[in-house]
Design a protein around this ligand. Sequence first.
Ligand SMILES: [Zn+2]
Ligand SMILES: [Zn+2]
Length: 373
Amino acid sequence: MFIRAKEGKLAPTTPLPVGCGYCGSKANLKFCGACKTVVYCSRDHQLKHYNAHKTACYLVAESRERYWFELEQITGDCGGPANLANLIKIFGADYLVIHFYLNGFTNSCRSLVRALRLINNRRSVKEQLRHCMDMLEVMRADETGLRFHVPSLMIRLNKDQQCFDFMKWYAKQGSRRQDSWCNPSLPFLDIKSADGLEDPGLIYNVKKLNPMSQGVNTAIVLALLKLRLIFDLQTLQAASQTIGRFVPFEILYLINRYVIRSGSMAQKRRFLEELDHTEEITRQEGQVMHLLKTVQQFNSFIWPAVIACKVYPLNQTCEPGSQGEARVVVTQCGACWFETPGAIDYLKKQMADLETLPSTRMESRTRLRPVMT
Ligand SMILES: [Zn+2]
Ligand SMILES: [Zn+2]
């Protein structure tokens, strides 16, 4: 089986649902007229799904209406489709940032994203990501922590390379001076092709997690991104060992382009031509283990909550080190783990080693505030 790999995109594995909200069929799909987010193959299936869907549908439809209303308050009739990315081009981020802080637009956008979270399909995840990115571009200091939701959304849409770039940009920008950090007219997300194989401790500051920085989300997502690279390296290893000795490098490269899943790996030509990846796999596994341990020592409930593959309401109690805190974190960024085949199995195998670790977290009165509640 060959899976076509595109730059910046993974071939979907356990993809987000894209078909009929009731049966999953992909034929004759029509949108639910109210929320415009769920699709159905027939009127009959829409009716059968009504009870399960009605709350989310109502909340999405209502918050979308408010979002458009608030957007119009800022822009008036500017002509053309009034999505935020266009508006940044037309008005400039400097103009928009004042309005974002002054009126209800920011809240309406956040409510819309929160409502969309109730609908688990590809269209919903795409829209959540688009709104979060638009908001971050204008309000990049990000007081509410939207950026901790974004990496998981990117992975769910198979944007692994963008995810590395996004996290690296925030890690680097975060250490700069406040004025350049908040200035919306300066370049945004201008780090491209971040090397996912680098030691994350040095770049993303995940050696020691600060409870208030929510760096724990970064560590959880990075561990998965690296794990996805390891899975690719293992696939390349298998391909090289079976056919690598018998075909020229150019052919091996072309074949390997088709077997890998990570857009991040697709950019690494040398790996696609090499025969032996043992050393790199070992190195990456060491880095993943370090990330798993760092998270385990931060809160020992997080990995068991990931293994349980559940999301929870975001208004859990958040005492440091508590199960409630773990549930908040996993609800924010766990879905990408659930949807990556093999990831949960890999984690389960490491649990015996992880469970013996003592917590290194300092006793603290600070609470990890749930984001977007
Ligand atoms: Zn159906
Ligand atoms: Zn609906």
